[in-house]
Design a protein around this ligand. Sequence first.
Ligand code: CO
Length: 206
Amino acid sequence: MKEISKLLDNNKTWAQNVEKNIPGFFRKLENQHKPKFLWIGCSDSRVPADQLIGVMPGEVFVHRNISNQVINTDINLMCVLQYAIDVLKVKHIIVCGHYGCGGIEAVMKDQTPGLLAHWLENVHDLMERKGKPNLDDMCELNVKLQVRNLALNSLVRKAWERGRNLYLHGWIYSISNGLIHDLCITRGREEHDEARCAAAQRPAQP
Ligand code: CO
């Protein structure tokens, strides 16, 4: 059980360091929860939301599942989405996928065990519609599909109808160099918010 007690030891050290660098940090957080961002990412342990974007506790509301799916019948995500939009009043929802995603790869290789095939049906459908692209292209297409699903979601649309400045972003993370690539598919209340940056080029993979 050494590996488990190590985690608790790490926690003590981390809490002490945070308190040393920012005195009163935890006490202050106790009474406020006002993140501006909702992160919808993959469960992959190599893609930890907070660390990648350099934020402290309290700054990003997080939902993660296998291959960062946005499925409108997923009660878990729908509750997170409603809470984020209506209670926390986040301004940005970020769908962040990653290259080399194991869930996407499993679909492409037709190696999805049990429930995973069910969970990733939309990815399977996407792959067939797009003529079986390569893995990295599929990972990007998956993010684009999930941002589209969000844009069609009734919770998001109602927020837009109420005049809320709520923005949807599609990002993809490269495990091999630690960098996030903005897919430039940002959408907001106005249709034209989509074209925030003109030419989205995929960065060279090391
Ligand atoms: Co993944």
